[in-house]
Design a protein around this ligand. Structure first.
Ligand code: CP
Ligand code: NVA
Length: 323
């Protein structure tokens, strides 16, 4: 059992069950099932969420999800707390651990969330660092499995920057045995250590990870096409980057090479007209808003798993997950 969630492979052993739990729980909850709706594993607990960068989906999905699980969501914005001004990450972690039952942290450098976790006695969930976005990947794979319950032969294609969202997407695909092709311009590669880890997981799970600089090659016959902004938060000074992504926009021309049943995914927020056109974003085969909603269900599963594994297992048994 993982203590913290810094990158999605921290939950490699139970990832498939975590996603299945989320899918089943969402279905039960939406059908008004009384057991699901009164499932309160976070009763009397408080989950604190620190944000050093803006957020819409992560913040709202954590606050609503924690509340639905019976917990109290305490949001801590960077300008309102001492962290980064007069107090270290290590001291902050020790103080927060005395009050909170779990901590989510959106930060800049990945070493910051790693340091918070190293000094925290309660589970820490990475709510986006410059290197990883595991909560996003859990929602992404949950969404892919909802749309493609039979994952045999599935091909996921990434077209864009070699960034945090790609890192956890490729790890997550590798953990589930799903082929992943990722195309980025030279100079914007994914981190070598993440690729190496994804290759190891892929070899163990019978799938392939394929790197290319050609978006057409990545998208050829792909079932899922995924992109993200070319300029991430914290890179606003790197606007010239945009010119390097000529040919990497996901538009209807690019998608003409994909499988006919393609689905378009984006972690959002999208910069319409840059990495993706309106036509693709608003297409009936775009599943970006399912993805956004699933942030909450996937995180409810992850939080329960990390904070109250007994409740997670009991609910899983009731739903027939993990048997
Ligand atoms: N996808 C995502 O993390 O969105 P927010 O930045 O709005 O949280
Ligand atoms: N790559 C983006 C993802 C935002 C959810 C960023 O880090 O800004």
């Amino acid at each position: 059992m993982a203590e913290h969630l810094l990158a999605i492979d921290d939950v490699a052993d139970d990832f498939a069950d975590i996603l299945q739990w989320a899918i089943e729980f969402k279905r039960l909850w939406k059908s008004g099932d009384e057991i699901a709706m009164s499932f309160m594993p976070l009763d009397t607990m408080t989950v604190g969420s620190i944000y050093e960068k803006p957020s819409t989906r992560t913040r709202v999905s954590f606050e609503v999800g924690i509340n639905r699980l019976g917990g109290y969501p305490l949001t801590l914005l960077k300008n309102d707390i001492q962290l980064g001004k007069s107090e270290s990450i290590a001291d902050t972690a020790q103080v927060l651990s005395r009050f909170l039952d779990a901590i989510t942290y959106r930060c800049y450098g990945h070493e910051d969330v790693a340091e918070l976790a190293a000094n925290s006695s309660v589970p820490v969930l990475n709510a986006l660092s410059y290197k990883h976005h595991p909560c996003q990947a859990a929602a992404d794979l949950m969404t892919i499995l909802e749309h493609f319950p039979n994952k045999a032969g599935l091909k996921v294609a990434w077209v864009g920057d070699g960034n945090n969202v790609l890192h956890d997407l490729m790890l997550a695909c590798a953990m589930l045995g799903i082929d992943c092709h990722y195309a980025y311009p030279a100079g914007y590669e994914a981190d070598a250590d993440v690729i190496e880890r994804a290759q190891e997981l892929a070899a163990a799970n019978g799938c392939t990870m394929t790197e290319t600089n050609d978006p057409l090659e990545a998208v050829a016959d792909a079932h899922v096409i995924y992109t993200d902004v070319f300029v991430s938060m914290g890179e606003e000074h790197m606007e010239d980057k945009l010119a390097e992504f000529d040919g990497f926009q996901v538009n209807m021309d690019l998608l003409s090479g994909a499988d006919k049943g393609w689905r378009f995914m984006h972690c959002l927020p999208a910069h319409r007209g840059e990495e993706v056109t309106d036509e693709v974003m608003d297409h009936e085969q775009s599943i970006v808003f399912d993805q956004a909603e699933n942030r909450m269900w996937a995180q409810m599963s992850l939080l329960t798993y990390l904070v109250d594994d007994g409740a997670w297992a009991a609910m899983g048994d009731m739903m027939g997950v993990g048997l």
